[in-house]
Write a protein that binds this ligand. Structure first.
Ligand SMILES: Cc1cn([C@H]2C[C@H](O)[C@@H](COP(=O)(O)OP(=O)(O)O[C@H]3O[C@@H](C)C(=O)[C@@H](O)[C@H]3O)O2)c(=O)[nH]c1=O
Length: 190
């Protein structure tokens, strides 16, 4: 597996080894031991995943920026198995040197990339193709009351979403997300 560091040390891009042959290809999409080792080697604690999620999105569907508050905060290991998505994680840990910064990467069915997003980050993505299948593991169960949304296009975050030419599709909840400043003021950060 190839690991790519990002400008935020806790956010990692994983590229599993893909074995190709006449039949197609094979890869280990998750291996507890190697995942634990790679996080421990970087001084991070290994997670315990409890839930697997799968969503299907039409082109232009934008989900986020979502997170759950403690004690239900979730770390996520995300990937795309069909189609293409642009995925973003925003550091909302108040005492972090990268507080308010974000990392965005393209996840596709063919680049097999996975994005490791620890707790303390808000997360969102936009589907760049119809029928984009998005899979992710989480370290905490879904807890509706703890769920929060920050506005995807918050001015102060200045996220460079690749939205040109796309007809955006958002839920009412996501249209009405809090600004980053509001989230900080009401204590909905980490
Ligand atoms: C996330 C989630 C939703 N649901 C239900 C609630 C709701 O009726 C329906 C759709 O929920 P949402 O609109 O919140 O789904 P969605 O917008 O896809 O939410 C997800 O967005 C991405 C960006 C994330 O990071 C995830 O953690 C999650 O928040 O599914 C569950 O039952 N369990 C879950 O874990």
């Amino acid at each position: 597996m190839n690991i790519i560091d990002t400008k935020i040390p806790e956010l990692l891009i994983l590229e599993p080894r893909v074995f190709e042959d006449d039949r197609g290809w094979f890869m280990e999409s998750f291996n507890h031991k190697s995942f634990t080792t790679l996080l421990n080697e970087r001084g991070f604690e290994a997670p315990n995943f409890v839930q697997d999620n799968h969503s299907s999105s039409q082109k232009g569907a934008l989900r986020g920026l979502h997170y759950q508050l403690n004690p239900f905060a979730q770390a996520k290991l995300v990937r795309v198995v069909q189609g293409r998505a642009w995925d973003v994680a925003v550091d909302i840990r108040q005492h972090s040197p990268t507080f308010g910064q974000w990392v965005g990467i393209e996840l596709t069915a063919t680049n097999h990339r996975q994005f490791w997003i620890p707790a303390g980050f808000a997360h969102g993505f936009i589907a760049l193709e119809d029928n984009t299948q998005f899979l992710y593991k989480t370290t905490s169960y879904y807890h509706k009351e703890s769920e929060r949304t920050i506005l995807w296009n918050d001015d102060s975050l200045d996220i460079n979403w690749p939205v040109e030419g796309l007809e955006l599709k958002l839920t009412e909840k996501d249209h009405q997300g809090a600004t980053f400043t509001q989230a900080i003021e009401i204590g909905d950060t980490f």
